[in-house]
Design a protein around this ligand. Structure first.
Ligand code: SF4
Length: 247
């Protein structure tokens, strides 16, 4: 069985392949859709996540059998640097394996500075890795309401800047955008910091009609104007479609 998989449907616009190392996530984002899948199986999604059973052995077997030339995302479901049961040791070991087999990788996390522990491995990947964070609010209070156990905004911004200064390709995921004004402030800030190579923009979907109150057309235009007017940035990706996942 392959543990690296193709995300289904529109989710593939985010990454051609994905790998989920842990079951659950401690960040407890209000808009998280993942618990609905696991609660049906009696799992407390927001508890302290454990690594999936034998995940490193299964990953090694998968890599021995298959060649992955396209990007593998860690993780499409969960966060490999949340407050998990093994202090993200599985993440570090999985990265070593993926690097050994020359797999292109993207890491997405709201773990902030915790990600920097693995800077040495990110560097070993060279151009085959991009490391990113979700940016949702610049305002701490709003961040704590929506993503209560994730790192705070300044922590994420500092992490992006440090990664970029260390030669790591970075991306910022503005998906979900909940309040366009907050996201635009964050885009301005990252442009000023010169900390992001690739922007991914999407809106909140299917959460208590939160998306009904915003002028998304104007927001998208503002994003395009901001990013394209800045010569330092290279890529803006618009992700306004629905996503789904697989465990
Ligand atoms: S980081 Fe992702 S998986 Fe974790 S709680 Fe938030 S939305 Fe869910």
């Amino acid at each position: 069985m392959s543990v690296i998989y193709k995300p289904c449907g529109m989710a593939r616009e985010y990454s051609p392949y994905a790998l989920n190392l842990y079951i659950g996530c401690s960040h407890r984002c209000r808009y998280c859709y993942a618990p609905h899948t696991l609660q049906r199986r009696g799992v407390d999604y927001f508890g302290k996540p454990e690594p999936r059973k034998d995940i490193l052995k299964l990953l090694e077997k998968d890599l021995q059998k298959n060649v992955y030339k396209d990007q593998v995302l860690l993780s499409f479901v969960g966060d490999v640097y949340c407050d998990n049961a093994d202090d993200s040791v599985t993440t570090r070991e999985a990265l070593k394996l993926l690097n050994l087999y020359k797999v292109p990788v993207a890491v997405l996390s709201k773990g902030g500075k915790k990600m920097l522990r693995d800077l040495d491995i990110f560097k070993e990947f060279g151009d085959r890795i991009t490391v990113g964070t979700t940016l949702t609010f610049l305002d701490n209070k709003k961040s704590e309401v929506w993503e209560p156990f994730a790192s705070l905004p300044e922590d994420r911004l500092y992490t992006l800047k440090t990664l970029h200064e260390n030669g790591i390709k970075t991306f910022a995921s503005f998906e979900p955008t909940i309040e366009p004004e907050e996201s635009l402030k964050l885009i301005r800030r990252t442009l000023k910091d010169n900390s992001v190579d690739h922007y991914k923009i999407g809106k909140i979907n299917n959460y208590k009609n939160e998306d009904k109150w915003q002028d998304w057309g104007k927001y998208l235009q503002d994003c395009v104007d901001f990013v394209s007017s800045n010569w330092k940035t290279s890529l803006l990706q618009i992700l306004f479609k629905k996503t789904c996942s697989r465990y």
